[in-house]
Design a protein around this ligand. Structure first.
Ligand SMILES: [Ca+2]
Ligand SMILES: [Ca+2]
Length: 212
């Protein structure tokens, strides 16, 4: 085994040796710098609520989203965090959301399922369009199937003071315990733009009837 001492050249480590050392210390998992978007860098717990705008902070070679428009399409005074993801700040509803969601785009969150079992997943979402869908993946496995988004009448709130987020609910989603990457994926025809505005995802563990 190569020791640190044997890799020291004088008092300096060469870049290649530092990289070797980093790989040796990190074990089989590649160290990318990607992490959950919270101060503790802790996976978002499930059961729990994950805000759509709190997708992971990406590592150098490990993206946490795909967004097909450079920069944000939201007004500049609605800035929440630096990213190409189009996030809006809604002062009427006191929330931050992700809007201008196009087919082909996706967002990822590192989560930790703390209890295995069946879950109800409620997504707070808005659209003035009919027939829009999305699904959610854990470690690239589609766990929800296609979830229908109701036409809620507007993009979340409008200048007339209408508030129109609703919950798109899917039940009985079996989740395994452990850390995983949750991916939110809009569905539709390639090139389809501006499907909906999404605020948050709520994962609730369903009550289970004891076996007889
Ligand atoms: Ca964008
Ligand atoms: Ca939100």
């Amino acid at each position: 085994m190569v020791t640190i001492r044997s890799m020291v050249i004088g008092r300096r480590l060469s870049l290649s040796l530092m990289l070797s050392l980093g790989l040796a210390c990190s074990g089989p998992q590649k160290e990318t710098g990607r992490h959950p978007y919270n101060a503790e860098r802790r996976p978002w717990p499930i059961p729990g609520v994950i805000e759509a705008e709190n997708f992971d902070e990406a590592g150098a070679d490990d993206p946490a989203y795909y967004d097909d428009t450079p920069g944000s399409q939201a007004p500049t005074d609605e800035h929440y965090r630096d990213s190409d993801v189009d996030m809006g700040v809604d002062p009427q509803m006191n929330l931050v959301d992700v809007g201008w969601v196009n087919v082909g785009e996706w967002l990822e969150y590192t989560v930790e399922v703390q209890t295995a079992g069946p879950y109800t997943i409620s997504t707070r979402i808005a659209t003035p369009k009919d027939g829009k869908h999305f699904h959610m993946e854990l470690d690239r496995q589609n766990v929800t199937g296609s979830v229908a988004v109701p036409n809620t009448g507007c993009w979340g709130s409008d200048l007339k003071g209408h508030h129109c987020f609703q919950e798109a609910v899917v039940r009985h989603v079996q989740l395994k315990k452990g850390v995983a990457r949750l991916r939110f994926v809009p569905e539709g025809e390639a090139g389809e733009k501006d499907l909906f505005t999404v605020d948050k995802f709520r994962y609730e563990l369903e009550k289970q009837t004891p076996a007889h």
